[in-house]
Design a protein around this ligand. Structure first.
Ligand SMILES: Cc1cc2nc3c(=O)[nH]c(=O)nc-3n(C[C@H](O)[C@H](O)[C@H](O)COP(=O)(O)OP(=O)(O)OC[C@H]3O[C@@H](n4cnc5c(N)ncnc54)[C@H](O)[C@@H]3O)c2cc1C
Length: 395
């Protein structure tokens, strides 16, 4: 058993680190620009995403015949880890590119690949994920937005919700109900690619707790989508959707993101005195920091195991659910403990000149409330682990 990265992996990680430090503004992590949906943030995000494309890093794991370099999946996982450590902007667009690329590579027609993969590889065409509906989130099989076959197209009617980034996206990938009468519930859905400029689509922004308005609701009113935008077989959309949520859940980000916060807090404890005593000498603070270090290490090991399972072509469902669950709950615990340690500074938000670490720990605390919901709730991850991992009966 060897827990070290290989020389090649270390070299790639260093290249990714150098890229981040060149590509992001120098004040990025310490009160620079959090994800705030301003024009300035979007400009930085686009530049960053284009930079990834110029390195070939949006497509390097794809097959050569589809414009890729067939690089090992490990590199993609390490890139994600570094991006999270640097709090790279617009990472959710990056995840959606990975999802839609996987959809096209595994289920797409040659024409769909030819048409859509280059826009992803170049980092130019943005996608949103239209899975959730007011009545269907955890239970994706309950999707009700209807795609009715008519002449040479499908006509879409209904509402999607929590469509992150829909206001900036050119295209959407979404499971829709094509076959309401199918005997098997899982055979009712088909996967579609939808041009967001199609008449009949309305996107409304939804404001969230921490102030970033990237959440949207998307309405479809007699939206006509050509038949060639159906991906894979009709009635097999549920299968495709399940394969994609595994990608969403199995990122390496939580460990490196929380490690960065732990580094800040250790620095804070060394530099700060409370009642004349350095925080670093307070046993309660020391224990909290040590506990954090243990949990981050566990999360990293789980994440590496997930990357290995994925890279070796094994089923990632159960271990992906573990890392999603542990990582998102860890992020909540770390930001909560972080607020306790920085004490009164916890009240200061990004923009305040007195805020510690740019107010990002406070901002994280608010954002992280959603992290155990997005991409599948903790309850659902536990259910998956119980059934797929432990073989307990489905209920
Ligand atoms: C920040 C954020 C970004 C998001 N971005 C997107 C996006 O881009 N695209 C998209 O399609 N969706 C997106 N979502 C939606 C997300 O996927 C759903 O919120 C999530 O899957 C939960 O679905 P729901 O909100 O409908 O809750 P519900 O499914 O209604 O669940 C409500 C509660 O019931 C619990 N519950 C449900 N079923 C069970 C069960 N069988 N056993 C035990 N407990 C259960 C849940 O755990 C939860 O606590 C986003 C959500 C958030 C918070």
């Amino acid at each position: 058993m060897d827990f070290r990265l290989t020389e090649e992996q270390e070299r790639f990680r260093q290249e990714a680190r150098d890229f981040m430090s060149r590509q992001l503004p120098s004040d990025w992590l310490h009160g620079g620009v959090p994800e705030d949906e301003t024009d300035y943030w979007w400009e930085i995000s686009q530049k960053f995403l284009r930079g990834l494309a110029q390195k070939g890093w949006l497509s390097f794991t794809w097959p050569k015949e589809c414009g890729g370099q067939e690089r090992p999946l490990w590199e993609d996982a390490l890139l994600g880890e570094e991006m999270a450590s640097w709090r790279a902007p617009a990472m959710d667009y990056w995840y959606r590119w990975k999802m839609v690329a996987a959809l096209l590579l595994n289920f797409g027609s040659e024409e769909q690949k030819r048409r859509h993969l280059p826009g992803i590889a170049k980092g130019e065409v943005y996608w949103c994920q239209g899975f959730s509906e007011p009545v269907a989130g955890s239970d994706l099989g309950g999707v009700e937005v209807r795609a009715a076959e008519k002449d040479d197209c499908y006509v879409i009617n209904g509402q999607k919700i929590w469509t992150s980034g829909a206001h900036r996206s050119h295209w959407c990938f979404a499971p829709l109900m094509t076959d309401p009468d199918a005997e098997k519930r899982s055979r009712r859905l088909s996967m579609f690619l939808i041009d967001m400029k199609t008449p009949g689509i309305t996107v409304n922004r939804l404001e969230s707790l921490e102030g970033a308005a990237h959440l949207c609701e998307t309405f479809f009113d007699d939206v006509r989508v050509p038949k060639e935008n159906l991906v894979g077989e009709r009635g097999r959309g549920w299968l495709g959707a399940m394969a994609l949520v595994n990608i969403e859940r199995s990122g390496l980000g939580a460990a490196s993101l929380t490690q960065r916060i732990l580094d800040w807090l250790v620095q804070f404890a060394k530099e700060t005195k409370r009642n004349g005593v350095p925080l670093a000498e307070d046993p309660v603070i020391r224990h909290k920091l040590a506990q954090m270090a243990i949990e981050i290490q566990i999360c990293r090991m789980l994440a590496y195991r997930t990357a290995w399972v994925q890279a070796t072509g094994q089923d990632v469902t159960s271990v992906g659910a573990m890392v999603k669950l542990f990582g998102s709950e860890l992020m909540q615990r770390v930001s909560n403990t972080g607020l306790q340690i920085i004490g009164p500074y916890a009240q200061l938000v990004p923009g305040s000149k007195w805020a510690k670490f740019g107010g990002l720990i406070t901002r994280d605390y608010m954002w992280n409330l959603s992290i155990t919901i997005a991409g599948g709730t903790s309850e659902i991850q536990r259910l998956i682990i119980a059934t797929m991992g432990l073989g307990l009966p489905r209920m």
